[in-house]
Design a protein around this ligand. Sequence first.
Ligand SMILES: [Zn+2]
Length: 336
Amino acid sequence: MNNNNNIITTISLGVPQKQNYGIMATVLLCKILGIKLDIPSYLFINAISTYKDKVSLLPEFLSHLNDANAVPQHVIKDTESIKYTLSILANLSNNGYILEKKVKKIKCDCGRIDAKDDTETRYNFIKNGKCIFCGSEVKNQESNELVFQMPKNITLSYQMIPNRHSKNFQNLQNALSGREILISKSRDTGLRYDEYNIDVDFNNYLLMNSVPCDNHIILASANILQHMAMFNGISQVLYGNEKHNIFIMVSYLTGEPHIEKIKNVNDLQLFLLNSINKFDKVDFDNGFITMLNKPSKHTYVNQLIDWYYKPESISIDQLESFYLRIFLNNNKQQFL
Ligand SMILES: [Zn+2]
């Protein structure tokens, strides 16, 4: 396979409330892999929300990424893509994939619990019959809603990197096949189609599918496999089987990075890339900063960063072994 008409993207990332170096690591990785593969890289941003004002936080988020030289080639914001979303919703509706139906739901007052009342709906937000956010009782309700019809069989070809997540992913995808997914919400979501409030997650899946391509590499953390399965099903509806999705699972970074000890952008980038490893959830590798600060390492740090920024035209077939060798290697200090 050649790399024509391939792209690499982040999943649609919510604008964080404060500086978030875990998100920054994923965005930087997207940019760097795009350069190494010599394909366009995209950052998708979700700023539509009525719970928090994310739009006013957006400039700071972007300038923070920019200071770290971590912005991919293209930035797509959901707030600027509403026309696109509405046209796709109309299309899906005309083709029978979005239907108006009477749906039995469970709901709380704040609207965070607003889901189909079926055995497949698992909710972590309910404790003793009450919403953990607003404390109101979770009630049953029947109302007119919009549902999205998942294909009977989700058969779109995909690759999961690393491969150990494949089985879990396939199970989630099988469970989604043929289901009617509730995509409207009772509360104001900030996105309206006809008289319905559209679920922001559903909008994210549409947005991430907005760039037509043959091979689509998507960076996500392993705790959101369910979202990736949903995304794959929606890709199939939008593109038939003419698309191949490649999911790269990135470590979810926890703990406090010792940013104050980092002296420049090159060191920051190496620190973030180094913190990503083979574990799904891992602490920032603060010990690496001590290594970076040794004067004897300066030249090598700069050479390493130069190497990251050198396009190599790694083919899609080589991507898995490249990612495993460079990013999931737990002995990355060997490079220094
Ligand atoms: Zn609530």
